[in-house]
Design a protein. Structure first.
Length: 253
């Protein structure tokens, strides 16, 4: 089947950073966008910016790790915008913790948002994609899936997303639904700013040091991820599924 004429996209963790950039880009591409985030006020500001630019958007408070909250949020999106055919699973947290100091609660919290949350939202939304016979799912992973000292819980969740992505691509391809992952490298964001503080550096120095090790010579921007997501959810990407796209300014081993 062909792409819907009035596509609806859900972006989790869409209030700020990568999520906000993706939401804004998809709105420019012609999608009505549901900005899902735990921070409803910032999500509302992001949605308002999209509307002010001529797009259509709503903000929906949602804890992606809460099954009932995900169901309620999905029902609201369908009621206010229509059935979604695009899902960008971006919600995530990334605090550092060495294994010997990590608590079970920290481990569960990380995987609850960064992996369980992707599962819950995808499960809630996928029926609409299958019913339409057309859909796009993009999971935001990370190069940390390949290993990240001091964040084994984060790496485990992001690596789990890669298996989740490839498995769903096999499961949903026959229904006209593609599933891909984007694995960002160093992106200027609240998360990398927090890493700078943890290391006792200014954020400017942190970016400079990161850029020195990146072949293209600069840190990534949220818009770099948004442009990649824009392609992956487009009709032109219909033969691309089960892939991990590393957006890192250079080769990734």
């Amino acid at each position: 089947m062909s792409a819907p004429r009035n596509p609806v996209a859900i972006v989790t963790g869409g209030a700020r950073g990568i999520g906000a950039a993706v939401a804004a880009q998809l709105a420019r591409d012609g999608h009505a966008v549901a900005v899902l985030d735990l921070d409803e006020q910032v999500a509302a500001d992001t949605a308002a910016g999209i509307v002010a630019a001529g797009g259509r958007a709503i903000a929906v408070r949602c804890d992606v790790a809460d099954e009932a909250a995900v169901t309620a949020a999905t029902d609201r999106v369908v009621a206010e915008l229509g059935a979604p055919t695009v899902l960008v699973n971006n919600a995530g947290v990334g605090p550092a913790a060495d294994l010997t100091e990590m608590t079970v609660e920290q481990w569960d919290h990380m995987l609850g948002i960064n992996l369980r949350g992707h599962f819950l939202v995808t499960r809630a939304v996928v029926g609409h994609l299958v019913a339409a016979g057309w859909g796009r799912i993009v999971n935001i992973s990370s190069i940390s899936a390949l290993g990240d000292e001091g964040r084994s819980h984060y790496s485990s969740a992001k690596a789990g997303l890669l298996g989740f992505t490839k498995s769903l691509a096999l499961e949903l391809g026959r229904h006209g639904v593609t599933v891909n992952a984007i694995a960002p490298g160093f992106i200027v964001s609240d998360m990398t700013a927090a890493s700078a503080r943890r290391l006792g550096r200014s954020f400017e120095e942190h970016q400079r040091l990161a850029a020195a090790s990146i072949p293209v010579g600069r840190a990534g921007r949220p818009e770099d991820i948004a442009h990649t997501a824009s392609y992956l959810v487009s009709p032109e990407a219909g033969f691309v599924t089960g892939q991990v796209i590393y957006v890192a300014g250079g080769p990734v081993d």
